[in-house]
Design a protein around this ligand. Structure first.
Ligand SMILES: NC(=O)c1ccc[n+]([C@@H]2O[C@H](COP(=O)([O-])OP(=O)(O)OC[C@H]3O[C@@H](n4cnc5c(N)ncnc54)[C@H](O)[C@@H]3O)[C@@H](O)[C@H]2O)c1
Length: 416
């Protein structure tokens, strides 16, 4: 028998009350973000009395409130039953099914908690707890992809490997537009293939060099003009120019030092350029918020943007990669600093360190090298797939609680 003395039941009821309030808050947050991204819906004949987005918002909030009231009603009824059980020594009956939400209003995030304690005696009042119909609910961005759905993204190095996979995954997860930046014309074909496979025009190629400042500004200007402020930046373009920092020439006995020009080239592409692509996005978001009269970012605004840099396991040091390792380690400092600065404008920042991933960059090491010096030192004993890294990057973008660094290295444990 369930009685009020039963602390498990008591805790359960309290959890229902807490979960319901949290659910309402989440929906309100969601709506705040959603209405901002559908400015075209405001005003107009659909709802002469006011803006449609406002009408939908308030409808949604009413829906959430109705659901909260419904659960609280069940809570009170259950308490009543428990008290009845105490006085009249009657057991609490198994839960009655809550009324089904009207088809168009059904959504996972808004369904009343089915575990709420209910009693047979409460069925009449349950039936009266109607849920308002809100037809636009189906088009709300699903909570799992809140920071991706309907957002504008810039991915550099998107003609190949990890960048290509990230661009594709962002499109699959509902980005509004993804700009594929690469110095290779192959970006065009990749964009076309993404659009074909997704079935909508979401990807657009921008061919140019990421170290070119004018090109970078053009990409962001075009993106803003055509799709809106960019809020996802994954600057993945990168190169390797591997050689030992000091190598003795066997013939002459003289030491060859890693050329400083090559060092500059690698850090230009792998360190400075990605930082500036990320900073460019932060700058655009900062300007946009300023124009809207906003100052220090407040959580109610929801996250305004995310930068994810591509580090590497080499950032911890790797023979033959003096310039590459320096660049990747430098990105850690950039991510850590931007994390602290950019949240003022609502932008999060992180860095992923992939292990050896199956791309042209890794394959360039040669089959023999990979077999001998790479695979034995990864726990998975295989190269990581680009889809695995793209998935991890999308996780970092989407989950606002994630900050800092993510190691996606397949258990890389190289010998000293
Ligand atoms: N593949 C791996 O094992 C691995 C591991 C850790 C980190 N990473 C990093 O992930 C990122 C992507 O690497 P990948 O393996 O997919 O490489 P990839 O060679 O397959 O792709 C890199 C892309 O960047 C483009 N690019 C290079 N320099 C450019 C420039 N200046 N301007 C415009 N585009 C430029 C290239 O054209 C190419 O399409 C890089 O930053 C790399 O350092 C790769």
């Amino acid at each position: 028998m369930l009685t009020p003395e039963n602390s498990v039941i008591d805790a359960m009821l309290q959890n229902v009350r807490r979960a319901t309030d949290t659910n309402l808050k989440l929906q309100q947050d969601l709506l705040l973000g959603w209405t901002r991204f559908w400015p075209g819906f405001s005003g107009r004949a659909e709802n002469p009395a006011g803006s449609l987005s406002n009408a939908v918002s308030s409808g949604m909030i009413r829906l959430a409130e109705a659901q909260r009231d419904f659960v609280l009603q069940q809570y009170d009824t259950a308490i009543g039953m428990l008290e009845g059980g105490q006085n009249g020594n009657e057991p609490v009956q198994p839960a009655a099914a809550p009324p089904a939400a009207k088809p168009k209003a059904a959504a996972a995030t808004t369904a009343p908690p089915t575990g709420a304690p209910q009693a047979t005696a409460s069925r009449a009042s349950v039936a009266e707890a109607t849920v308002p119909e809100v037809t636009a609910q189906a088009s709300l961005p699903a909570l799992p992809y809140r920071n991706i759905q309907n957002k504008v993204a810039v991915v550099t190095g998107a003609a190949s490997g990890i960048g290509e996979a990230v661009a594709k995954e962002l499109a699959v997860r509902g980005a509004k537009a993804v700009l594929l930046v690469d110095r290779s014309d192959a970006a065009d074909d990749v964009a076309k293939s993404i659009n074909k496979s997704i079935g909508r025009a979401v990807a657009e190629a921008k061919v140019g060099d990421t170290t070119d400042e004018a090109f970078r500004k053009r990409v962001f200007n075009d993106a803003q003009e055509n799709y809106g402020v960019v809020s996802i930046c994954v600057p993945a373009a990168g190169i390797t120019r591997d050689a030992l920092s000091v190598r003795i020439d066997k013939e002459t006995g003289k030491a060859d030092i890693y050329p400083v020009e090559t060092f500059r080239q690698v850090t230009e592409v792998n360190l400075i350029a990605p930082i500036y692509w990320g900073v460019e996005m932060v700058a655009r978001i900062a300007e946009d918020r300023k124009q809207r009269g906003l100052k220090r970012w407040e959580p109610e605004e929801l996250i305004q943007g995310v930068v994810v840099f591509l580090g590497s396991v080499s950032s911890q040091g790797n023979k033959g990669q003096i310039s590459y390792a320096v660049a990747k380690a430098g990105l850690e400092g950039a991510a850590a600093t931007l994390t602290k600065e950019a949240i003022f404008h609502g932008v999060r920042c992180g860095i992923i360190h992939p292990g050896f991933t199956d791309t042209p960059m890794a394959r360039a090491l040669g089959e023999e090298f990979l077999e001998k010096y790479v695979l034995p030192y990864t726990q998975l004993r295989r190269l990581i797939s680009v889809e695995e890294i793209a998935d991890a990057i999308c996780f970092m973008i989407n989950n606002s609680a994630v900050s800092g660094e993510l190691w996606a290295d397949a258990g890389w444990h190289p010998p000293a």
